[in-house]
Design a protein around this ligand. Structure first.
Ligand SMILES: Nc1ncnc2c1ncn2[C@@H]1O[C@H](COP(=O)(O)OP(=O)(O)OP(=O)(O)O)[C@@H](O)[C@H]1O
Ligand SMILES: [Mg+2]
Length: 252
Protein backbone atom coordinates (compact mmCIF):
# COMPACT_ATOMS: atom_id res chain seq x y z
CA UNK A 1 0.00 0.00 0.00
CA UNK A 2 1.36 3.41 -0.99
CA UNK A 3 0.33 6.19 1.36
CA UNK A 4 -0.16 9.73 0.05
CA UNK A 5 -1.02 12.63 2.33
CA UNK A 6 -2.66 15.79 0.99
CA UNK A 7 -1.46 18.55 3.29
CA UNK A 8 -1.11 22.31 3.68
CA UNK A 9 -1.88 23.95 6.99
CA UNK A 10 -3.36 26.88 5.11
CA UNK A 11 -7.14 26.54 4.99
CA UNK A 12 -9.36 26.28 1.93
CA UNK A 13 -6.65 25.46 -0.62
CA UNK A 14 -8.33 22.33 -2.01
CA UNK A 15 -6.89 19.55 0.19
CA UNK A 16 -10.19 17.74 0.69
CA UNK A 17 -11.29 18.21 -2.91
CA UNK A 18 -7.95 16.82 -4.08
CA UNK A 19 -8.03 13.85 -1.67
CA UNK A 20 -11.51 12.87 -2.86
CA UNK A 21 -10.74 13.41 -6.57
CA UNK A 22 -7.47 11.45 -6.39
CA UNK A 23 -9.04 8.62 -4.38
CA UNK A 24 -11.93 8.41 -6.80
CA UNK A 25 -9.62 8.70 -9.82
CA UNK A 26 -7.50 5.78 -8.58
CA UNK A 27 -10.60 3.77 -7.65
CA UNK A 28 -11.98 4.20 -11.18
CA UNK A 29 -8.71 2.93 -12.61
CA UNK A 30 -9.20 -0.32 -10.69
CA UNK A 31 -6.96 0.32 -7.69
CA UNK A 32 -8.05 -0.58 -4.17
CA UNK A 33 -8.27 2.74 -2.29
CA UNK A 34 -8.54 3.63 1.39
CA UNK A 35 -9.25 7.28 2.23
CA UNK A 36 -8.54 8.62 5.73
CA UNK A 37 -10.27 11.77 6.98
CA UNK A 38 -8.03 13.31 9.65
CA UNK A 39 -9.86 16.66 9.70
CA UNK A 40 -12.36 17.23 12.55
CA UNK A 41 -14.40 19.35 10.09
CA UNK A 42 -15.27 16.03 8.40
CA UNK A 43 -15.60 17.55 4.92
CA UNK A 44 -14.12 14.53 3.15
CA UNK A 45 -16.47 12.14 4.96
CA UNK A 46 -19.49 14.37 4.22
CA UNK A 47 -18.62 14.80 0.54
CA UNK A 48 -18.53 11.00 0.27
CA UNK A 49 -21.94 10.68 1.91
CA UNK A 50 -20.80 9.62 5.40
CA UNK A 51 -22.19 11.45 8.44
CA UNK A 52 -19.22 12.21 10.73
CA UNK A 53 -21.53 12.54 13.75
CA UNK A 54 -22.67 8.94 13.62
CA UNK A 55 -19.58 7.25 12.27
CA UNK A 56 -17.19 5.04 14.19
CA UNK A 57 -14.05 6.42 12.69
CA UNK A 58 -10.59 7.81 13.13
CA UNK A 59 -10.91 8.89 16.76
CA UNK A 60 -12.08 5.44 17.90
CA UNK A 61 -9.20 3.91 15.95
CA UNK A 62 -6.53 6.21 17.42
CA UNK A 63 -7.99 5.94 20.91
CA UNK A 64 -7.91 2.12 20.75
CA UNK A 65 -11.70 1.73 21.18
CA UNK A 66 -12.20 -0.27 17.99
CA UNK A 67 -10.14 -2.38 15.62
CA UNK A 68 -9.34 -0.90 12.22
CA UNK A 69 -11.81 -3.03 10.28
CA UNK A 70 -14.67 -1.71 12.47
CA UNK A 71 -13.65 1.86 11.64
CA UNK A 72 -13.85 1.47 7.83
CA UNK A 73 -16.97 2.44 5.82
CA UNK A 74 -17.47 2.05 2.10
CA UNK A 75 -18.21 4.92 -0.28
CA UNK A 76 -18.36 5.61 -4.01
CA UNK A 77 -14.68 6.62 -3.92
CA UNK A 78 -13.50 3.48 -2.10
CA UNK A 79 -13.21 2.56 1.56
CA UNK A 80 -12.98 5.36 4.12
CA UNK A 81 -11.85 5.77 7.71
CA UNK A 82 -14.16 8.72 8.39
CA UNK A 83 -13.96 11.61 10.76
CA UNK A 84 -16.02 10.94 13.88
CA UNK A 85 -17.42 13.47 16.32
CA UNK A 86 -14.73 13.03 19.02
CA UNK A 87 -11.95 13.87 16.57
CA UNK A 88 -12.31 17.56 17.47
CA UNK A 89 -10.97 16.71 20.93
CA UNK A 90 -8.08 14.55 19.72
CA UNK A 91 -5.28 16.98 20.64
CA UNK A 92 -6.45 16.99 24.28
CA UNK A 93 -7.17 13.27 24.56
CA UNK A 94 -4.34 11.64 22.65
CA UNK A 95 -1.44 12.61 24.83
CA UNK A 96 0.32 9.31 25.43
CA UNK A 97 3.92 8.94 24.26
CA UNK A 98 4.04 7.97 20.58
CA UNK A 99 0.42 9.14 20.07
CA UNK A 100 1.69 10.65 16.81
CA UNK A 101 2.50 7.23 15.33
CA UNK A 102 -0.70 5.28 16.12
CA UNK A 103 -2.12 5.58 12.59
CA UNK A 104 1.06 4.15 11.10
CA UNK A 105 0.89 1.15 13.41
CA UNK A 106 -2.83 0.52 12.73
CA UNK A 107 -2.51 0.84 8.96
CA UNK A 108 0.18 -1.85 9.11
CA UNK A 109 -2.59 -4.42 9.77
CA UNK A 110 -4.36 -3.73 6.47
CA UNK A 111 -1.48 -2.76 4.21
CA UNK A 112 -2.07 -5.75 1.94
CA UNK A 113 -5.76 -4.96 1.46
CA UNK A 114 -5.25 -1.71 -0.50
CA UNK A 115 -3.06 -0.30 -3.27
CA UNK A 116 -3.31 3.34 -2.18
CA UNK A 117 -4.12 5.11 1.06
CA UNK A 118 -5.00 8.80 0.67
CA UNK A 119 -4.93 10.95 3.81
CA UNK A 120 -6.78 14.27 3.94
CA UNK A 121 -5.03 16.55 6.44
CA UNK A 122 -6.65 19.28 8.56
CA UNK A 123 -5.60 22.94 8.17
CA UNK A 124 -3.56 22.77 11.37
CA UNK A 125 -0.44 21.11 12.73
CA UNK A 126 -1.48 18.97 15.69
CA UNK A 127 -1.64 15.33 16.68
CA UNK A 128 -3.88 14.45 13.72
CA UNK A 129 -1.62 15.84 11.03
CA UNK A 130 1.40 14.38 12.85
CA UNK A 131 -0.22 10.94 12.59
CA UNK A 132 -0.51 11.53 8.85
CA UNK A 133 3.10 12.72 8.45
CA UNK A 134 4.32 9.74 10.48
CA UNK A 135 2.83 7.23 8.07
CA UNK A 136 2.78 8.95 4.66
CA UNK A 137 5.40 8.03 2.08
CA UNK A 138 4.35 10.83 -0.26
CA UNK A 139 3.08 14.33 0.27
CA UNK A 140 1.04 16.41 -2.17
CA UNK A 141 0.65 20.10 -1.35
CA UNK A 142 -2.32 21.87 -2.93
CA UNK A 143 -2.10 25.67 -3.14
CA UNK A 144 -4.55 28.26 -4.40
CA UNK A 145 -3.30 30.41 -7.22
CA UNK A 146 -3.49 33.48 -4.96
CA UNK A 147 -1.15 36.15 -3.65
CA UNK A 148 -1.03 34.35 -0.27
CA UNK A 149 -0.23 30.93 -1.65
CA UNK A 150 3.31 30.88 -0.28
CA UNK A 151 2.16 31.48 3.29
CA UNK A 152 2.95 28.50 5.45
CA UNK A 153 4.85 26.53 2.79
CA UNK A 154 8.22 27.05 4.43
CA UNK A 155 6.96 25.84 7.81
CA UNK A 156 5.37 22.82 6.12
CA UNK A 157 8.68 22.00 4.44
CA UNK A 158 10.58 22.36 7.75
CA UNK A 159 8.17 19.94 9.41
CA UNK A 160 8.82 17.46 6.61
CA UNK A 161 12.58 17.82 7.17
CA UNK A 162 12.07 17.18 10.89
CA UNK A 163 9.91 14.11 10.16
CA UNK A 164 12.62 12.85 7.80
CA UNK A 165 15.30 13.26 10.44
CA UNK A 166 13.37 11.76 13.34
CA UNK A 167 11.02 9.31 11.65
CA UNK A 168 11.77 5.80 10.63
CA UNK A 169 10.63 6.32 7.06
CA UNK A 170 11.36 8.53 4.10
CA UNK A 171 8.65 11.04 3.15
CA UNK A 172 8.84 12.49 -0.32
CA UNK A 173 7.18 15.70 -1.44
CA UNK A 174 5.63 14.47 -4.67
CA UNK A 175 4.66 17.95 -5.81
CA UNK A 176 2.74 21.19 -5.42
CA UNK A 177 -0.69 21.16 -7.05
CA UNK A 178 -2.14 24.48 -8.15
CA UNK A 179 -5.89 24.69 -7.60
CA UNK A 180 -8.39 27.30 -8.80
CA UNK A 181 -5.98 28.12 -11.60
CA UNK A 182 -6.86 30.61 -14.33
CA UNK A 183 -4.15 30.68 -17.00
CA UNK A 184 -5.50 33.97 -18.38
CA UNK A 185 -4.79 36.10 -15.32
CA UNK A 186 -1.43 37.70 -14.71
CA UNK A 187 -1.68 36.80 -11.03
CA UNK A 188 -1.97 33.06 -11.78
CA UNK A 189 1.09 33.28 -14.07
CA UNK A 190 3.10 35.17 -11.47
CA UNK A 191 2.08 32.76 -8.70
CA UNK A 192 3.05 29.81 -10.93
CA UNK A 193 6.53 31.25 -11.51
CA UNK A 194 7.10 31.80 -7.78
CA UNK A 195 5.80 28.35 -6.88
CA UNK A 196 8.00 26.68 -9.48
CA UNK A 197 10.98 28.34 -7.86
CA UNK A 198 9.86 27.37 -4.33
CA UNK A 199 9.21 23.78 -5.44
CA UNK A 200 12.66 23.56 -7.02
CA UNK A 201 14.30 24.77 -3.81
CA UNK A 202 12.39 22.14 -1.82
CA UNK A 203 13.55 19.42 -4.23
CA UNK A 204 10.14 18.88 -5.78
CA UNK A 205 7.98 20.12 -8.67
CA UNK A 206 4.75 21.86 -9.55
CA UNK A 207 2.47 19.27 -11.15
CA UNK A 208 1.93 19.79 -14.90
CA UNK A 209 -1.78 19.35 -14.29
CA UNK A 210 -3.30 22.55 -12.91
CA UNK A 211 -6.80 22.44 -11.49
CA UNK A 212 -9.01 25.09 -13.01
CA UNK A 213 -11.84 26.73 -11.15
CA UNK A 214 -15.31 25.35 -11.84
CA UNK A 215 -18.72 25.31 -10.18
CA UNK A 216 -19.06 21.56 -10.78
CA UNK A 217 -16.73 20.94 -7.82
CA UNK A 218 -18.94 22.51 -5.19
CA UNK A 219 -22.11 21.19 -6.80
CA UNK A 220 -20.84 17.58 -6.83
CA UNK A 221 -19.66 17.94 -3.22
CA UNK A 222 -22.99 19.38 -2.06
CA UNK A 223 -24.88 16.53 -3.74
CA UNK A 224 -22.34 13.99 -2.49
CA UNK A 225 -21.78 12.73 -6.00
CA UNK A 226 -18.92 11.50 -8.13
CA UNK A 227 -17.19 14.55 -9.69
CA UNK A 228 -16.19 12.67 -12.83
CA UNK A 229 -19.75 11.54 -13.56
CA UNK A 230 -21.62 14.53 -12.18
CA UNK A 231 -20.47 16.70 -15.05
CA UNK A 232 -18.17 14.64 -17.18
CA UNK A 233 -15.86 16.77 -19.28
CA UNK A 234 -16.00 19.72 -16.84
CA UNK A 235 -12.69 21.56 -16.49
CA UNK A 236 -11.94 20.44 -12.90
CA UNK A 237 -12.91 16.82 -13.67
CA UNK A 238 -10.58 16.75 -16.71
CA UNK A 239 -7.80 18.39 -14.72
CA UNK A 240 -8.13 15.97 -11.79
CA UNK A 241 -8.09 13.08 -14.26
CA UNK A 242 -4.80 14.33 -15.73
CA UNK A 243 -3.46 14.87 -12.22
CA UNK A 244 -4.34 11.26 -11.26
CA UNK A 245 -2.43 10.00 -14.32
CA UNK A 246 0.54 12.18 -13.39
CA UNK A 247 0.59 10.80 -9.83
CA UNK A 248 0.52 7.25 -11.21
CA UNK A 249 3.41 8.00 -13.57
CA UNK A 250 5.44 9.35 -10.66
CA UNK A 251 4.91 6.59 -8.15
CA UNK A 252 3.72 3.37 -9.75
N1 LIG B 1 -11.11 23.88 -8.62
C1 LIG B 1 -12.08 24.39 -7.86
N2 LIG B 1 -13.03 25.18 -8.41
C2 LIG B 1 -14.01 25.71 -7.64
N3 LIG B 1 -14.15 25.52 -6.32
C3 LIG B 1 -13.23 24.75 -5.71
C4 LIG B 1 -12.15 24.15 -6.43
N4 LIG B 1 -11.41 23.43 -5.56
C5 LIG B 1 -11.98 23.59 -4.35
N5 LIG B 1 -13.08 24.37 -4.43
C6 LIG B 1 -13.96 24.79 -3.33
O1 LIG B 1 -13.16 25.53 -2.42
C7 LIG B 1 -13.54 25.26 -1.08
C8 LIG B 1 -12.30 24.76 -0.31
O2 LIG B 1 -11.89 23.52 -0.86
P1 LIG B 1 -11.46 22.33 0.10
O3 LIG B 1 -12.50 22.08 1.14
O4 LIG B 1 -11.08 21.18 -0.77
O5 LIG B 1 -10.17 22.97 0.76
P2 LIG B 1 -9.36 22.45 2.04
O6 LIG B 1 -7.95 22.85 1.85
O7 LIG B 1 -9.65 21.03 2.29
O8 LIG B 1 -10.04 23.33 3.20
P3 LIG B 1 -9.78 23.15 4.79
O9 LIG B 1 -8.44 23.73 5.04
O10 LIG B 1 -10.89 23.91 5.44
O11 LIG B 1 -9.82 21.67 5.08
C9 LIG B 1 -14.66 24.23 -1.15
O12 LIG B 1 -15.88 24.90 -1.03
C10 LIG B 1 -14.52 23.61 -2.53
O13 LIG B 1 -15.76 23.20 -3.05
MG1 LIG C 1 -10.33 20.07 4.03
Amino acid sequence: MKTIMIANQKGGVGKTTTAAALGLGLNKRGFRVLLVDTDPQGNLSSSLGIDPDSACGLFELLNGDNGIKDCICSSFAGDVIPCSIMLADADRRLTQPYAYSILDEKLGDICNDYDYCIIDAPPSLGILSMNGFSTAQYLIVPVNASAFSLQGLSSLFSIISAVREKGKHEIKILGILITRFNSKTRLSKEVLAVLENTAHQAGTRVFDAKIRQGVSIEMAQARREDLYEFRSGSKPADDYSRFTEEVLELIS
